[in-house]
Design a protein around this ligand. Structure first.
Ligand code: ACM
Ligand code: ZN
Length: 688
């Protein structure tokens, strides 16, 4: 109840005076007072910061509108003014808390660290009711805001490999991330689609590995003659990379905004581009034969350590992300060098080869004062002793890590993957699949209920990931990023009892307007279409609760509600993984019989299917509907045949029969095509 009060007070305040300001992430404690402060374009700025700290704040302030870009004076204000007051002591060097005190004469931001001062300023900037669009002048309601984050790590991952983004684009996003108190930018710098960082010792990485002949990732990956690279400067070459000077500029720009940039260098998988440039590091010694480094080859370690040495010189971040995800271990099985390594080290499984590499790289990083961060596959074959696990395949990896006493960062696909659809897929540009609206991102809690108090403390934070396979353009990238990253920002900052979706939604609407005014391209939240209408209410029909016999089994991962699913009245939403859609893959068919318990008059039988081409969920190529009175002899009522149309990234289609008949048993069969195989998913067989 304690936390309801501030929301109410603000609502009242909005009612009695035209204060439109709203803050994301929502501060821990807001105490409104009588009166307000009039901020003009010439309100003076003061600080007790000295030296480099003062210079850094002054440099950042220069980028803001008046009065914030005025000169930063040393000392305390005697008359009107804004005072950045660093306290003599901080709770810890990484303390980010602050107190923002707005009186009618002065605004004071107090914090033990410059990060705290910076976050107090971000809150103030959002707390002003602006008078115009071009200055920072306006009215600030008198308040005391005491604020501190829930998690130390609040991240965003930007994939710059699948489609390269300019340095300017990265800097622009850093501005917005800092506003919402995100404090880590994880750059996915290397992947099959392109190597994006200059490494002086290995120039072929960017002469060849950063360029491809086909612009759109989807065409390059699936198209004819795809997945190849070309020399820089080839007419039509698409790609790019950051020079080491670019990286230094990004890192410094982010640091001024209290964001640490974490580089990710993928290993041992996702490295096709490296092995095209340096094929001697592949098991076969030839380019275009695999995406995995040869772990039996010492040269692999020489290469990785040399690359990481240059990377560490550019990024002061404590963490270096080494990927570790989705390595295909098949190539290692038949490689003499890899087999020799396994024998020498007494390994039985190829997963131990992967962990051998991760452990060795961890020792290397630790010896250089850095910590290893990797995707949750780094647990397999034995977790490296000091590593932090980024849990993406659900939360299990993170739970294992904290139970082993190690830190985790939660970024499960179902809540934190922003490459999914954020609204009804038929209204959206093609995305990776899934359905992750703002509300679902917002409702995520990074601390699983099953953890003890001590384990919970090892959940270091939360991160939103925006992969870019299906995002060629910059505007589309921003569209996928905002406002969903704001929900991650609030989850990372606010205590769970302080979160409230309707309240957040109204603040997010304002944030979307602000982002648009600043030249960003967020999703238009005000016109969100919302959930699939069918999914909103249970459907009633004759087969509800009737027994379903499966002649072909459903897949256990996509069992939905098990044997009840197809006759429970619950329809599926915009994605197949929502617990209402049931998936079939073995023998590429669904084949079920509903027992109506007695011979029944039937006028229609129908079922919907979903197609999401990315994960190979297709509409069926053949549907057969038949009936029987005795369960032995069936009469066919309807049959449909069609080819899979892969152009429709996400679609829904109903296959049914209408007429007059009587039957006790209804058999519904649906097969996926021979050409592509893949999944068949349906949610309900509706009988009327
Ligand atoms: C991942 O999505 N492969 C980490
Ligand atoms: Zn090998």
């Amino acid at each position: 109840m304690r936390y309801i009060l501030p929301f109410l007070l603000i609502a009242l305040c909005w009612g009695c005076q035209p204060h439109k300001a709203s803050v994301i992430p929502y501060p821990q404690e807001i105490t409104l007072q009588k009166g307000s402060f009039r901020l003009t374009e010439s309100t003076p700025l003061y600080t007790n910061l000295q030296g480099q700290e003062k210079q850094d704040l002054a440099e950042y302030l220069q980028t803001l509108p008046a009065p914030f870009n005025g000169s930063l004076q040393e000392g305390t204000p005697t008359g009107e003014g804004i005072f950045f007051h660093k306290l003599p002591e901080a709770a810890s060097p990484t303390d980010e808390s602050y107190v923002l005190n707005v009186g009618d004469k002065q605004i004071t931001i107090e914090a033990g660290t410059t990060a705290g001062l910076f976050y107090g300023l971000q809150t103030l900037l959002q707390w002003i009711s602006p008078e115009g669009k071009t200055t920072g002048a306006g009215t600030v309601p008198a308040t005391v805001i005491r604020d501190t984050p829930r998690f130390a790590y609040r991240g965003f991952m930007m994939d710059v490999s699948r489609h390269f983004r300019s340095k300017e684009f990265v800097l622009k996003q850093i501005d917005a991330l800092a506003r919402y108190k995100i404090n880590r930018l994880h750059l996915h710098l290397t992947d099959a689609a392109g190597w994006r960082i200059e490494i002086k010792q290995y120039p072929r990485l960017t002469e060849l590995g950063a360029w491809r002949p086909v612009e759109k990732w989807k065409d390059w990956w699936f198209g004819e003659g795809g997945k190849t690279y070309c020399e820089a400067g080839t007419p039509g070459a698409y790609g790019g990379y950051y020079t080491q000077d670019d990286i230094r500029e990004i890192v410094r720009y982010a640091a001024l905004r209290h964001i640490t940039v974490i580089p990710e260098i993928e290993m041992p998988g996702h490295s096709e581009e490296v092995l095209a440039a340096y094929p001697e590091l592949a098991c076969s010694g030839k380019p275009y034969t695999s995406g995995e480094f040869c772990i039996g080859n010492e040269e692999t370690f020489t290469f990785l350590e040399n690359v990481l040495t240059e990377v560490m010189a550019l990024f002061p971040s404590e963490y270096i992300h080494i990927g570790g995800d989705e390595a295909n271990r098949k190539v290692w099985e038949s490689c003499p060098k890899c087999r020799a390594r396994m024998q020498a080290e007494g390994m039985k499984e190829t997963s131990e080869l992967q962990s051998y590499l991760i452990h060795r790289i961890e020792v290397f990083l630790n010896n250089h004062g850095r910590q290893l961060l990797g995707w949750d596959e780094i647990i397999e074959g034995g977790l490296a002793p000091n590593a932090t696990v980024m849990s993406w395949r659900g939360e299990e990896g993170g739970v294992k890590a904290v139970r082993a006493g190690q830190k985790t960062i939660m970024t499960p696909g179902a809540y934190c993957y922003l490459d999914t659809y954020q609204d009804a897929p038929p209204t959206q540009p093609e995305a990776m699949g899934g359905y992750l609206p703002l509300e679902k991102v917002y409702l995520y809690d990074p601390v699983p209920d099953t953890l003890t108090e001590a384990e919970s403390r090892l959940v270091y934070g939360v991160q939103g990931n925006l992969w870019a396979e299906y995002i060629p353009g910059d505007e589309q990238y921003e569209y996928m990023m905002y406002p969903r990253i704001l929900a991650i920002a609030e989850t990372g900052w606010c205590q769970p009892e302080n979160k409230d979706y309707p309240n957040f939604h109204s603040r997010a609407l304002q944030a979307v307007k602000w982002l648009q005014q600043q030249g960003y391209h967020p999703f238009d939240l005000a016109h969100e279409a919302g959930r699939r209408p069918e999914a909103l209410t249970p459907v009633s029909h004759l087969a509800i609760g009737k027994k379903v016999t499966y002649n072909a089994p459903y897949n256990n991962t996509y069992a939905a509600q098990g044997d009840k699913t197809l006759t429970d009245g619950q329809r599926g939403d915009w994605t197949y993984s929502d617990g209402a859609w049931q998936g079939f893959i073995s023998s590429r068919r669904m084949d079920v019989v509903i027992d109506m318990e007695a011979v029944t008059d039937i006028h229609s039988i129908e079922a919907d299917f979903i197609q999401v081409t990315g994960p190979e969920v297709f509409l069926p190529c053949e549907v057969v509907i038949s009936i029987s009175e005795d369960g032995e002899n069936y009469t066919e009522l309807a049959r449909y045949n069609q080819e899979v149309n892969r152009d429709q990234a996400v679609c829904f289609k109903k296959y049914g029969w209408q007429g007059e008949t009587r039957a006790r048993y209804i058999r519904y069969e649906a097969r996926s095509g021979k050409q592509y195989g893949g999944w068949v998913f349906t949610d309900e067989i509706i009988v009327r």
